[in-house]
Design a protein around this ligand. Structure first.
Ligand code: ZN
Length: 159
């Protein structure tokens, strides 16, 4: 099976059976992000203990890319140190800019490499990055160093 097909399957699998989707009892951090261009909405909840992501869950709706990305992200960062999770987010952003990951980054990305093809579709890049933007925001203050600020303005007007 060609790699592209494998990646396509992986994305569809996460879309159909999202991991860590639902409420997150005891989670202290909550961030809502939306992508009006596509209609994607995500609420990300997580709990940090000892600078590690101890619990994480996402809820929302949207296209297969946004939902699969949220599912893969939750799976990838659960149990990870905050700093490492943020680093992974930077690797995903680089991937979406069309940059080729180093061997080390590629190993850390794992299944997230399935998102690589999205870089060819600029409209979908925001879908893929939506959960990662939420993660960055949810982890703000929990990291040893403040994360890089998003350049795009956020569309939410309060809860
Ligand atoms: Zn989308």
């Amino acid at each position: 099976m060609p790699l592209d097909d494998l990646y396509q399957e992986l994305i569809l699998d996460h879309y159909r059976a999202p991991r860590h989707k639902g409420p997150c009892p005891g989670c202290g951090r909550e961030v809502k992000q939306d992508n009006p261009l596509c209609g994607d909405v995500i609420t990300l909840r997580l709990e940090v203990q000892d600078k590690t992501i101890a619990r994480i869950a996402h809820e929302g709706q949207g296209c297969s890319i946004s939902q699969a990305s949220a599912s893969m992200m939750a799976e990838a960062v659960l149990g990870q140190p905050v700093a490492q999770a943020l680093e992974l987010g930077q690797s995903v952003r680089a991937l979406m800019r069309g940059e080729s990951p180093s061997a080390e980054q590629e190993q850390a990305l794992g299944d997230l490499m399935a998102l690589q093809g999205v870089a060819s579709f600029p409209v979908r890049v925001k879908c893929a990055l939506l959960p990662w933007t939420a993660l960055q925001e949810a982890l703000a203050g929990a990291a040893p160093q403040p994360p890089v600020q998003e350049e795009s303005p956020r569309g939410d007007k309060g809860a």
